[in-house]
Design a protein around this ligand. Structure first.
Ligand code: SF4
Length: 276
């Protein structure tokens, strides 16, 4: 008889993947699946705490934290690694990711997860469960509940595809698991802090330390975090320009920064459920 598939739940710390984790506990039991979280080195401390405490809050299995390691690639360029995956990725690439060059998802989320799966899969088939919902965007509405992924060499399953947002929150309440506190603070999504797809309103909410982090990272990579054109009239915006601009709210200037539809961000959230 063949082995049952290895079941993997991919977590981001957002409400949907948390609901998925709780769903998997009910469906498979706490020993019936494994959970993984890709630590980008660029998450909010609240999210780190939340993911750390989730097994205890939900009564589920330990969550495996995986991190990309760029030390060899940086050594090849004579650059010392910082140990922070997101910063090291930028040092290696010589720039920050952007909506037009969204290499972050692949390098700090998908590859480390795939590597971890490769290390543990042995001869097992693998089923990867993602907390993606059709109601989040027209693009996600077209996704199937199951499909095979060549990238992971695994079946991708989206059990929450037909769930609504209120159903997610009420399921979490039923399970006695509060959602990530960042939602209550006004953030619409959970992921890198800030994500390259952060909109003006989300930037306005950034605390001082997050701006200081971006300034420090700009200094380290020698390039602007923000792409040209974010701030009207400023070609290459400095952090100070963006900080001022994001507090303004005039008609057409109240736009998403890097993409035309922040609810349908490519690959990271929409396809892989790697960020919410
Ligand atoms: S959350 Fe945003 S910045 Fe982070 S990996 Fe995903 S797309 Fe990139």
């Amino acid at each position: 008889m063949s082995n049952p598939p290895l079941r993997i739940v991919s977590l981001s710390g957002g409400k949907d993947s948390t609901a998925l984790y709780c769903w998997a506990i009910r469906q498979f039991g706490r020993d019936g699946f494994k959970a993984v979280f890709a630590d980008t080195g660029h998450e909010h401390p609240v999210t780190y705490n939340y993911v750390r405490n989730l097994p205890m809050m939900a009564g589920g299995p330990d969550i495996q934290w995986v991190r990309a390691d760029f030390s060899d690639r940086l050594a090849g360029k004579g650059i010392a690694a910082s140990g922070n995956p997101f910063l090291d990725m930028m040092l290696w690439k010589g720039r920050a990711p952007s909506a037009k060059a969204q290499f972050c998802t692949e390098h700090v989320k998908l590859h480390p997860i795939r590597q971890w799966i490769e290390n543990i899969r042995q001869d097992n088939e693998v089923n990867i469960y993602l907390g993606i919902r059709a109601g989040e965007s027209p693009r996600r509405a077209k996704m199937p509940e199951r499909e095979f992924s060549e990238f992971y060499d695994a079946e991708i399953i989206r059990p929450l595809l037909r769930w609504t947002e209120p159903e997610v929150f009420s399921f979490l309440a039923e399970c006695g698991v509060p959602p990530n506190p960042l939602y209550a603070l006004g953030f619409g999504r959970v992921g890198c802090f800030p994500c390259i797809h952060a909109n003006k309103k989300e930037l306005r909410l950034l605390p001082e330390w997050a701006w200081a982090k971006l300034e420090e990272w700009e200094r380290r990579i020698g390039r602007s975090w923000f792409p040209p054109g974010v701030v009207p009239g400023v070609h290459i915006p400095a952090i100070a320009d963006v900080r001022l601009w994001c507090k303004t709210d005039h008609g057409g200037r109240q736009m998403n920064m890097f993409c035309s539809d922040a609810k349908d961000v490519p690959s990271c959230m929409a396809t892989w459920g790697a960020c919410e």
